[in-house]
Design a protein around this ligand. Structure first.
Ligand code: SF4
Length: 226
């Protein structure tokens, strides 16, 4: 595989030139970020944000508030996605875990060493290693370069690593490739996370990426072949 012809920081800077500064985060509270991931299955960011705002204003995001809510009220919010009943069950499960296992205080857990903090977060629905790393980054708990599937795809196509059949193997290969180039501060890491995600959603889609109009085509191994 041909190595990337652009550095990680230059790629992120070029994406920011195109997209501008990323939108504010939906929350920096760990429990709210877990709720955000689960509130509406396969919903767009806009529909997810609307569902999250409704939950906050009509029920609340504290575990005891969610546990006291009717399943039907949670499912009505989950209609922003495609499986509202399952989303409601996940919200109840999140609240129960936070209440029973963490005494409603996830912040103290996140200050633990990385393996323990990740293990704690992975107790919640839909949170695997990448999701746990994202929450640790966005809460300012551990300075990791969390990547979602969009960001990972962009970095593979640009040339930082070759995509493997196994998602976890690809994730680790990309992380190994960029480790020495990463910024150290949270703001820069969060900015990179958001911009790579946005680029994967808007241009570097899984099928039929829009390479001809892509702002980083000249620096992309895949794009130069297109
Ligand atoms: S040129 Fe194509 S493959 Fe490369 S980053 Fe842009 S959209 Fe993705």
């Amino acid at each position: 595989m041909k190595p990337a012809t652009i550095t990680f920081s230059k790629l992120v800077d070029e994406l920011q030139q195109h997209y501008g500064h990323p939108a504010p985060l939906p929350s920096t509270d760990p429990l709210e970020l877990i709720i955000w991931e689960n509130i509406a299955y396969l919903a767009s960011d806009e529909r997810r944000a609307a569902a999250f705002a409704t939950l906050k204003s009509s029920i609340g995001t504290r575990p005891e508030q969610i546990l006291a809510a009717k399943h039907s009220a949670l499912a009505a919010i989950g209609k922003a996605g495609i499986l509202p009943d399952i989303s409601a069950e996940k919200l109840l499960a999140i609240a129960k875990i936070a209440y029973e296992e963490f005494d409603c205080d996830l912040r103290s857990v996140l200050k633990k060493p990385l393996p323990q903090a990740k293990k704690a977060l992975k107790k919640f629905p839909s949170i695997g290693d990448p999701g746990a790393e994202k929450i640790l980054l966005l809460t300012g708990s551990h300075p990791l370069m969390a990547l979602d599937s969009n960001g990972l795809r962009v970095l593979c196509r640009v040339g930082f690593a070759e995509e493997q059949k196994n998602y976890s193997a690809t994730y680790r290969l990309v992380q190994d490739a960029i480790r020495d180039q990463l910024p150290r501060d949270y703001d820069s890491l969060i900015r990179a996370h958001q911009l790579l995600r946005q680029h994967g959603q808007e241009f570097c889609k899984r099928s039929k990426p829009l390479c001809a109009e892509c702002p980083v085509q000249d620096s992309c191994n895949y794009g130069r072949r297109s």
